[in-house]
Design a protein around this ligand. Structure first.
Ligand code: TXA
Ligand code: MG
Length: 318
């Protein structure tokens, strides 16, 4: 069983010898290994039961360190990094041969991000390699936002979980690539469209995930999903429709007194989208563990972090 603690030296020792460590970030916990070590990276895929066509994000403590394994940094990427790093933004940059193909699933671009978490930043500063880290959950399931979430699902496959508390953003990073001077979004996350537009002129929204071949595997239509069926729609109508079933309810801010407290999570009573994002994954996890038949939820206002929340709800229900 994995030990959880705040020991950076232990994490460093394990990672340096090719083993995996779960790390906290501001978004979700990651399952980290040496990105330059193909065997360590292969173990990440194995532990997560993740298909090998789905590439991994590399984590470093600065853009300077990333320059050691990316070929070029487009001026727009530079501007985004200067503005949002450390923070919940992942940049797709042309890779060099230093990055094993297994990390990028054969793509010529590598995903790079500098996470905003003091514990993980100090760890990264002490390493002379980047950390490849997908979210620390079994493939397709909800991402973990506490060390306990990681322990519940991957505890028997890991030696150490670096415990950095509850992830303050709670939803994964926004992924962007630069194509012909346009910033193209591949996944909505902790940096909103409004944030991006405040620093770069042209931002293109993600392609519809319903398409046959998604441009990034993270755009898989069904993902981030609990075991129980999730139905997203108009909550008063859904609650009426499923009144004879035992349901869990995730509402944005409204209270539904007919639903028992334990089965009802309100994401933010004050209607704050950042708070809602932080609570979303634990809410789904909590309800998924109850003896209920299905989970009813509603979309939140589609601005700010609302886009990322709605994206995850849509995938959880697909
Ligand atoms: O916030 C986050 O991004 C968290 C923390 C741990 O950093 N990580 C995370 O990783 O969400 P993961 O593996 O669960 O999702 C990464 C997504 C995947 O959908 C993958 O397809 C996409 O990033 N991705 C990674 N490398 C890529 C590449 N070279 N080209 C296109 N998409 C890529
Ligand atoms: Mg993931």
């Amino acid at each position: 069983m994995a030990i959880s603690g705040g020991d950076i030296q232990q994490a460093k020792a394990l990672l340096t010898s090719g083993r995996l460590v779960a790390i906290p970030t501001e978004t979700v916990y990651g399952l980290a290994g040496n990105a330059f070590n193909s065997e360590a990276v292969a173990t990440i895929f194995e532990v997560k039961n993740r298909p090998s066509f789905n590439p991994l994000i590399t984590h470093v403590d600065s853009l300077d360190k990333a320059r050691g394994y990316v070929a070029t940094v487009h001026p727009l990427a530079q501007r985004l990094a200067d503005t949002f790093w450390p923070g919940p933004l992942t940049l797709l940059l042309p890779k060099t041969d230093a990055v094993p193909d297994i990390v990028t699933a054969g793509s010529e671009r590598v995903a790079v991000r500098v996470p905003q978490h003091s514990l993980t930043l100090s760890l990264l500063e002490q390493l002379d390699f980047p950390l490849a880290a997908p979210s620390a959950n079994p493939f397709g399931y909800i991402s973990p936002t506490t060390a306990a979430h990681v322990a519940q699902q991957l505890g028997n496959k890991l030696e150490y979980i670096l415990d950095g508390g509850i992830c303050p953003v709670g939803i994964e990073s926004t992924i962007v690539g630069i194509e012909e001077d346009v910033v193209r979004v591949y996944r909505w996350g902790g940096v909103s469209l409004e944030d991006l537009k405040s620093v770069v002129p042209n931002v293109q929204a993600p392609i519809n995930p319903d398409e046959e071949s998604p441009p990034a595997p993270g755009m898989l239509k069904s993902h981030y999903a609990p075991t129980k069926q999730v139905v997203v729609g108009n909550l008063p109508e859904l609650i009426q429709q499923y009144q004879h079933a035992d349901v869990g309810v995730v509402s944005f801010r409204d209270v539904f007194p007919q639903i028992p407290d334990k089965q009802h999570v309100i994401l933010s009573e004050s209607g704050n989208l950042n708070e809602a994002a932080q609570r979303l994954f634990s809410a789904l996890r909590e309800l998924d563990q109850l003896p209920i038949e299905l989970i009813l939820a509603e979309f939140v206002p589609n601005h700010g972090l609302g886009r990322a929340i709605n994206d995850r709800l849509a995938r959880a229900s697909a």
